[in-house]
Ligand binder design. Structure first.
Ligand code: CA2
Length: 145
């Protein structure tokens, strides 16, 4: 069975505990369960990870080729700031789907730009945790199509 990496960036470990008006009440464990269900439907194993550290996220991307067929990436605030993360996404040669829980285009101006977007296969935002399931379904279709 092919596998995909679902990689989550800084502060996403806090989901469900604070800011429910923006991010909802689901925890990261709930999102992991959603990803595993979507992966089972798509015939994809899920390697679900989170880190608050930019270098750890970059290392996980570097290690993905050969282990994973693609990546679902919610880079959190590094989306808007990290050229290093963008370079890692561009370097690995795997399809990467960018996901955000919130609609980043409907928020503060500094969230409206993504360094990852131009090197991603596509981007899904604004659908809360369901966006992860949509991303896995889209990645599965891309990989089999
Ligand atoms: O909407 C998204 O998924 C984001 O990637 C979430 C990031 C934010 O910086 C991006 O602009 C959009 C924030 C991660 C979660 O941050 C929390 C902070 C406090 C409480 C709960 C979550």
């Amino acid at each position: 069975m092919s596998s995909i990496l679902v990689l989550n960036g800084p502060n996403l470990n806090l989901l469900g505990s604070r800011e429910p008006a923006i991010y909802g009440t689901a925890t990261l464990a709930d999102i992991r369960a959603i990803c595993e269900e979507a992966g089972a439907r798509a015939g994809l194993a899920i390697d679900f990870r989170q880190s608050n550290h930019e270098g750890v996220l970059i290392d996980a991307l570097h290690e993905a080729p050969g282990r994973h067929a693609g990546v679902v990436l919610n880079a959190g605030a590094y989306t808007h700031s990290s050229i290093a993360l963008r370079d890692a996404v561009a370097a690995i040669g795997l399809p990467v789907v960018e996901v955000h829980l919130s609609n980043i285009h409907a928020r503060e101006p500094f969230r409206r730009h993504s360094h990852v977007g131009p090197v991603a296969l596509g981007m899904i935002c604004g659908f809360g945790p369901h966006g992860y399931a949509l991303a896995i379904e889209a990645l599965g279709a891309h990989l089999t199509g």
